[in-house]
Design a protein around this ligand. Structure first.
Ligand SMILES: Nc1ncnc2c1ncn2[C@@H]1O[C@H](COP(=O)(O)OP(=O)(O)OP(=O)(O)O)[C@@H](O)[C@H]1O
Ligand SMILES: [Mg+2]
Length: 322
């Protein structure tokens, strides 16, 4: 197993498939060609993109990233190309676009499949080397940028359906790599699990059944899901006892969106309380913590939840056992 770190993101590389992928990325880093990184959600496309910049001759130059799905369309344009003062109401000053900021470096376009068709045309022109203007600007901007794009969408499918331009696809995919889903590289599962687990508690362990359960799961949410499962389980771990399969809660529910520890803990406690009908001693037994700890946790978590939710009323007070 190998640990690497690129631009602040750490990656565990254990399987042969991933070793080969990172070797390939090293070679791709030496090229100036545009790179498209494909792969399901949560597989580690961002780490792959950062590796390509960090291993390239452009490493000392800027790394700039834009998540194309995170902003409304009109903001994408001003983000990418910048604007001059007065270009639109609210443009009180001038702002360089991300293309300018990435000059001589690398621009990472994440979720590139989310760009609308009009932006696709503009982007293609710039990638083909045409100078452009800031919004409301008159001075031509000429940049030298290496583009790395990522997508978890099936772009050929989007092309067939007319949602993505074929010419832009070919321009972005001068080089292509696919980051395989976790189920295609099972040798990574346990090294990743221990990496996340020991990040929480260096003493923690997984019993044989728990290991097997991790290996058998299909991981539709990939590494993001694995990380959440482990963080949730780590909260439940009792000192000196390895985690078991029940701690892992490998249901086929969609992966939990929360990455906040308080949220994960709250979720786990709530699930168990529901399952045992609010009986605290039983819940504490299942969670592998003492009843006093559970009571304390309930007090701490109640109202402490970032989203402003509190525990459902039904669990706020001790259930009377008849
Ligand atoms: N090899 C790895 N080692 C350690 N952590 C990893 C590894 N690969 C991914 N991760 C972690 O898993 C999470 C998901 O990875 P990442 O954000 O790169 O996924 P993605 O492919 O960009 O997914 P999406 O399409 O949903 O954005 C992140 O927290 C990332 O740090
Ligand atoms: Mg991503």
């Amino acid at each position: 197993m190998e640990m690497v770190e690129y631009l602040g993101l750490r990656a565990v590389i254990a399987s042969g498939v991933m070793r080969q992928l990172f070797d390939l990325l090293k070679r791709i880093a030496q090229s100036e060609a545009a790179l498209l990184i494909e792969g399901e959600s949560g597989v580690g496309k961002e780490i792959a993109a950062r590796a390509v910049h960090a291993l390239s001759p452009r490493a000392p130059r800027p790394w700039v990233d834009l998540s194309c799905g995170a902003l409304p369309e009109h903001l994408i344009e001003s983000e990418l190309f910048g604007y001059e003062r007065g270009a639109f109401s609210g443009a009180h000053g001038a702002k360089p676009g991300l293309f300018e900021l990435a000059h001589t470096g690398t621009l990472f376009l994440d979720e590139v499949g989310e760009l609308d068709l009009r932006m696709q045309v503009k982007l293609l022109r710039v990638l083909d080397g045409a100078p452009y203007y800031r919004l409301g600007g008159t001075r031509k901007v000429d940049v030298d940028v290496r583009v790395v794009a990522a997508t978890n969408a099936d772009l050929p499918d989007a092309i067939r359906e007319g949602r993505f331009r074929r010419d832009l696809y070919h321009r972005l995919a001068q080089l292509r790599v696919r980051v395989p889903p976790l189920r295609e590289r099972r040798d990574d599962i346990l090294p990743l699990a221990f990496y996340f687990l020991h990040g929480q508690n260096p003493e923690a362990d997984l019993d044989p059944e728990a290991r097997q359960a991790l290996l058998d799961h299909s991981w539709p949410g990939n590494i993001r899901e694995l990380r959440n499962v482990i963080l949730r389980a780590a909260v439940l771990s009792a000192p000196g006892r390895p985690l078991n399969a029940a701690h892992l809660d490998l249901s086929d529910d969609p992966p939990m969106p929360a990455e906040n520890l308080g949220e994960l803990e709250r979720h786990a406690i709530l699930r168990v309380l529901r399952a045992v009908g609010g009986h605290r001693q039983q819940a504490a037994d299942r969670l592998g913590i003492s009843r006093r700890t559970l009571t304390r946790r309930l007090k701490e978590l109640d109202g402490a939840d970032r989203a402003g939710r509190s525990f459902p009323h039904e669990f706020a007070h001790e259930k009377q056992t008849p």
